[in-house]
Write a new protein. Structure first.
Length: 135
């Protein structure tokens, strides 16, 4: 039964964590963005995020957050969420599901523990700012 299901490869859709100034927190924070660098509109986009890992010898896990976007136009960016500083030491997982026409796409993106930091930044396509990219 599973062999009959074909899951297409996700291409030109990825996530980027970008450090930005927040007037609310009066500090720099990390925001995660969904980047659609394809020629196709993404429809019915669902993003489920959580963080997990070991912190001070204890297993930690955050609650899941869910985000929905009706559509994400071609060659565009949408902000998903802010990542709180205390969970940067954990693995941050984002499960992204969307449709292109009638085809379902699904991919799990994981920012490894401590990978969201200034030492791993590169230029983010479309936004042309520095950020940590996960493909």
């Amino acid at each position: 039964m599973k062999k009959d299901i074909t899951m297409p490869t996700v291409e030109n859709v990825f996530l980027a964590a970008i450090s930005e100034w927040s007037d609310d927190f009066m500090d720099k924070i990390w925001n995660v963005y969904l980047i659609n660098d394809s020629d196709f509109q993404l429809d019915g986009v669902m993003v489920v995020s959580k963080a997990f890992g070991t912190l001070n010898g204890e297993m930690k896990k955050t609650s899941s957050l869910r985000h929905a976007f009706v559509k994400v136009p071609p060659v565009s960016v949408v902000k998903i969420e802010m990542i709180e500083k205390s969970v940067l030491q954990l693995h941050n997982e984002f499960m992204v599901t969307y449709f292109i026409e009638n085809t379902l796409y699904d991919k799990k993106f994981i920012f490894k523990a401590n990978s969201i930091s200034p030492e791993f930044v590169e230029e983010v396509p479309i936004l042309f700012v520095d950020g940590v990219i996960i493909r």
